[in-house]
Structure formats: C-alpha cells, structure tokens
Design a binder for this molecule. Structure first.
Ligand SMILES: [Zn+2]
Length: 371
C-alpha cells in the first residue's frame, strides 16, 4: 500500500513523540537517523511541536567535540494525559498519568460491579469528572478480568464479575468521545514493561501473573497477541499434573487449580486446622516444601511456553517470588527437563514488584496514540 503524505506525516509525528518518550532527551539529528528520514522532515515537525508547547529545547551536549553542538530536545510530559481504569468485583480503580506515564491522580470507587450497565454508567461519570480537570487526555484504557474481545470491546466472559457477552464499547462510546481501549486485565498489565524495562518492547516476552487466578500474555514487538478468540495466554489451564484435582474447565491438575493464591490459602488453612499442632519451624518447613512443588508445577507449564512460543523473556509476577525455594525449584526443573536451546536463550525474570494493572491500562492509551 502506498501511503499518502498526510499519513506519513502523522506517522512521523507520532514516532518523534514515541522516541522522545523512550530516550527522554535526544537531538533532531539523532531522531532523523533513528527514523531513517531527513533532518529537515524532523525539524519541521519538531518546530511545530515546540510552538505548541509539546516539545522543548534543553540546551546543548558534547560541547568539547568538534563540529556543531547538538541542541537537545525533550518532551513536555504534561502536554498529554492518559486515563486508566480497572474493573474489580468490588469497585473501579482509576488513574490519570502524564505522557511519560507518571501517575498524577489515583483513586478507587467502591461499587458492586455485577451489573455491567451500572458499571459503565459509573465509568462515564468518573471519566467525565476527570475530563473536566484534564483537558489533553488521549484516551481511556480499561482492564477487565475475563475473556475480552479487545478489537470490538466486548467482554465474552468474566467469572469474577459474572458478566457474559457485555459490549462495553457500545455502552460507552456515545458518552465518551475519546479512543477507548478495552483489554483483559492481565494482558493490559503486561504493557507496563514498556515503561519499566529498558528496550523491553522490542523483544518478545511471555508474562505470567499469579493471583487468585493465573493468567498470561504473549507480547511481540510491543503488541499483545490475542489469538483468534482472544484466549491466548491462558497458561492457568495448562494441566501440570494429570492426577491432580479437577478444575472448573474440565481438566485435571490445571496450574491455576494447583498453585493460585486461592489454592495456597486453602492449603494453608487446612494445615493450620490440622489435628496435630505444628511448631513455627515445622510450619515453615511445610510451606517451603509446598513452594518447592509450586516451582516445579510452574516449570512444567513453562516448558510448553518454550516449545510453542519460544519467547526471549519470561516475566513472572507471583506472590511466591520472595521465596528462594520457589525460584530455585523452578530453575532446577527447567535445567533438568527443558530443551537446552530454548532454555539457555530465555531470560527468566522474577519481578520484585508486580506490574500495575492501572499503569498498564494507561500505557495502552499511549501506545494506541503512538500507533
Ligand atoms: Zn482448568
């Protein structure tokens, strides 16, 4: 397809903002070489952004070097805002960020989220109030627990909210005249890598989040891979023990059934209710044994990820990361059982802090704008 000058120009404008967001400070010349366009093309756009107050000049660098010094540019990160929302069963969490995804406003409204129409009306109310305060909002990103058709903004199914086939986009679009991005909450959280990790968005990675459920997302070149029916990444329903407990999905020994936070809580409460009173030392030993097993179970599912997707990185957000035994058992199992080539080329990252769903929702807005 041949692109018209208008489209090319718009793409160049967005690319400049995206590069400045990523590199913080750079020059017209470096922007031109990164984008593969002439310095003149860059200068025309940059000068317009400077007069609109979106970009500013911040002096020169390399004064010692021969040749003309470069004038550095940086974003006025407050020129644009993003709104991120996450729907939980007991309320709506929201955030307003600036263009560099720094949080400038955060809140939580407690409401019963079982009635989708009511929830959408509350979203309209929250967003309208925020738009009264912030005038340069680029869009609204919404994270929903469940299977979400992100192309059409339809929640196919959410066990957590007890929703089925809710067209959120339809319910919101007449009242919110901004781009609205609706995505599964774990998938949207994975976008945080764009903000937190250097050069992360250019590689492929698989993100796993362990909470009361277990979800995942595969991101390639900064894009979430949704799959044909938007269920890609559902690592929680990989069976890791054929003789394990029956899962709601019909299989036995699903990862979610065995190692979710809910499973851990149930196991711990059974242990504490036991007839024999355990000493603190014995209890800790039992916990270590269990987390050792959890590490191996997660590793079994990761082998499928290695073999089918072969990502460059695997990012694990789990409450068990703080236990060394969990990490060691996972790595040992992979070392013994995974194919050498994918394993030795995959970086496994145990996050110390989980990615924020809210920040992910705001990031979705910025990435959508820069597309
Ligand atoms: Zn299952």
């Amino acid at each position: 397809m041949i692109k018209g000058p208008g489209i090319l120009r718009e793409q160049n404008q967005k690319k400049i903002l995206s590069l400045l967001r990523k590199y913080k400070q750079t020059s017209r010349k470096d922007l031109a070489s990164m984008m593969g366009v002439s310095k003149n093309t860059v200068s025309i756009i940059v000068d317009q952004y400077i007069s609109a107050g979106v970009i500013r000049e911040v002096g020169v660098n390399d004064i010692q070097k021969v040749g003309r010094p470069k004038i550095l540019l940086e974003l006025n990160e407050d020129a644009y805002n993003a709104i991120g929302l996450v729907i939980h069963h007991n309320g709506i969490e929201y955030v307003v960020t600036n263009y560099s995804l720094n949080v400038i406003r955060e809140g939580f409204e407690t409401i019963d989220c079982m009635d989708a129409t009511y929830v959408c009306n509350q979203i309209i109310r929250i967003v309208s109030a925020l738009l009264d305060e912030y005038s340069n909002v680029l869009g609204v990103g919404i994270g929903v627990p469940g299977i979400v058709n992100s192309r059409e903004g339809i929640v196919y199914e959410s066990t957590n909210l007890q929703w089925k086939n809710v067209n959120i986009s339809e319910l919101l679009k007449y009242s919110i005249s901004l781009p609205i991005i609706i995505q599964n909450s774990v998938k949207i959280a994975s976008l945080c890598s764009n903000v937190l990790e250097e050069d992360f968005s250019n590689s492929s990675f698989f993100y796993i989040r362990i909470g009361d459920g277990i979800g995942g997302a595969f991101i390639n070149d900064g894009d979430i891979w949704n799959g044909e029916s938007f269920t890609s990444g559902e690592i929680g329903h990989i069976s890791v023990d054929p003789s394990g407990a029956l899962c709601g999905c019909g299989q036995k020994g699903c990862l979610e059934k065995l190692i979710s936070e809910k499973a851990f809580r149930e196991w711990l409460s059974n242990l504490e209710k036991g007839i024999i009173k355990l000493s603190e030392v014995e209890k800790n030993r039992k916990i270590e044994e269990t987390l050792d097993k959890y590490g191996s179970y997660l590793a079994v599912s990761l082998i499928s990820i290695f073999n089918i997707i072969n990502p460059g990185k695997i990012v694990i957000d789990s409450p068990y990361n703080q236990y060394e035994v969990f990490q060691t058992s996972l790595k040992n199992y992979l070392g013994r059982n995974a194919l050498k080539i994918p394993y030795s080329n995959t970086q496994i990252i145990f996050n110390e802090e989980p990615y924020s769903l809210l920040l992910g929702a705001a990031t979705a807005v910025i990435l959508n704008f820069e597309k």
